[in-house]
Design a protein around this ligand. Structure first.
Ligand code: NAD
Length: 343
């Protein structure tokens, strides 16, 4: 398996492969760039089909964290980790302790937190082995509600820019994934008067959404072609691809999932189709912004900073209109400028 010539390798500073025989831990930790500060980014636990898939994920996610943290104005570099395994059946105290020791061995170059498949109690176990864990219980805690708030505000910014509306009343949103972030996002949208069309693997979450949020349920593959204003990807990445883009009726794509574009060229296709894309790492920065207040945690200060996502996105949308560049390219350029200035 190639590393330095891997298509997703982007001059990462360090990529560490971790194996702990006793607990069965197999993990990869990627430190992408520490120019802005220690690398910070969550840990994902997922039953990857093979090591290559896990490597691609961690390389792409860690790069995204560098850009996300820089654009959110945080003194953090970018990093991420993945644990190869099924979170529903392969978690154990020994596994998360071994993961904590691996993070500790990096001496503070990388701080981990939760991501898909990981919750705060897993992080608390790893924290017993290392101080380099964030999103701790009793401190900033679960980042998901803040990610959801930022995503909600990002949808509002996109609706303002694309449809010239200040209110979400009557706006139809297709939400793919009703997990920690997706469900909380739906609650914000419902309160704001939006109409929800949703899908998820979990029948329980779908039942909740119908009862509590008056959501319409559709099949997993039917979510793309819904007659809606906004498509909000809130499950896994790469859902904007050659297969799905021709199906989209929404004129806005704005959701919390990481790495939504299968390839950068899909950002160009969205632009050419007149679909406004809220760059994933900008709209979903609420959680990491909340984590950045970990030391002297203050919920009001964290929320005030999360609310800035609205203005950051409007700036990106306006610059994309002015320059004719895809919104993702504009965001990347803004992030690179911040990092270069720091260097
Ligand atoms: P989660 O694991 O709690 O939820 C994911 C949900 O998606 C689950 O309910 C799952 O059943 C559903 N799902 C999986 N495959 C699906 C499919 N094909 N179609 C529809 N639903 C499907 O994860 P989360 O914490 O809510 O994160 C969601 C996304 O947001 C991820 O891409 C994550 O990386 C990103 N993100 C999360 C945070 C955070 O604070 N949790 C921060 C930034 C980005």
């Amino acid at each position: 398996m190639a590393i330095f010539s891997h298509p997703s390798f982007d001059e990462h500073e360090q990529v560490m492969f971790v194996h702990d025989k006793a607990s069965g831990l197999k993990a990869i930790i990627a430190v992408h760039d520490t120019t802005m500060g220690p690398a910070v980014g969550g840990c994902r636990m997922w039953p990857y089909d093979n090591d290559e898939e896990a490597l691609t994920d961690v390389l792409r996610l860690s790069r995204g964290m560098t850009y996300k943290n820089a654009l959110a104005g945080l003194e953090f570099g970018g990093g991420k980790s993945v644990i190869i395994g099924d979170p529903s059946s392969e978690k154990s105290e020994a596994l998360f302790r071994a993961f904590g020791r691996a993070v500790h061995s990096l001496g503070g170059r990388y701080y981990s937190a939760e991501d898909v498949g990981i919750n705060t109690s897993d992080i608390m176990i790893a924290h017993q082995e290392t101080p380099y864990m964030a999103g701790l219980e009793g401190k900033s805690g679960d980042p998901s509600p803040y990610t959801a708030l930022g995503t909600y505000l990002g949808i509002k910014a996109a609706v303002k820019h694309q449809l010239n509306k200040d209110s979400l009343a009557g706006i139809r949103v297709a939400v793919q994934g009703l997990g920690h972030v997706g469900y909380s996002l739906c609650e914000h949208l419902h309160r704001a008067g939006a109409k929800l069309v949703v899908c998820d693997l979990s029948a329980e979450q779908l039942d909740r959404a119908t009862t509590e949020l008056d959501a319409e349920i559709v099949g997993l593959d039917a979510i793309y072609c819904q007659d809606v204003d906004v498509y909000a990807p809130c499950a896994l990445g790469a859902t904007l691809n050659d297969h799905t883009l021709p199906q989209l009726k929404a004129t806005i794509v704005a959701g919390c999932a990481n790495n939504q574009l299968a390839e950068p060229r899909h950002g160009e296709i969205l632009r050419d189709k007149g679909i406004l894309y809220a760059p994933d790492y900008v709209i979903n920065a609420g959680g990491i912004i909340n984590v950045s207040f970990e030391r002297d945690y203050n919920a009001d200060s964290a929320e005030a900073k999360v609310r800035k996502i609205y203005d950051t996105l409007l700036t990106i949308f306006n610059e994309a209109d002015r320059s004719g560049k895809p919104t993702g390219v504009v965001a990347d350029e803004m992030a690179r400028k911040i990092i270069s200035a720091q260097r």
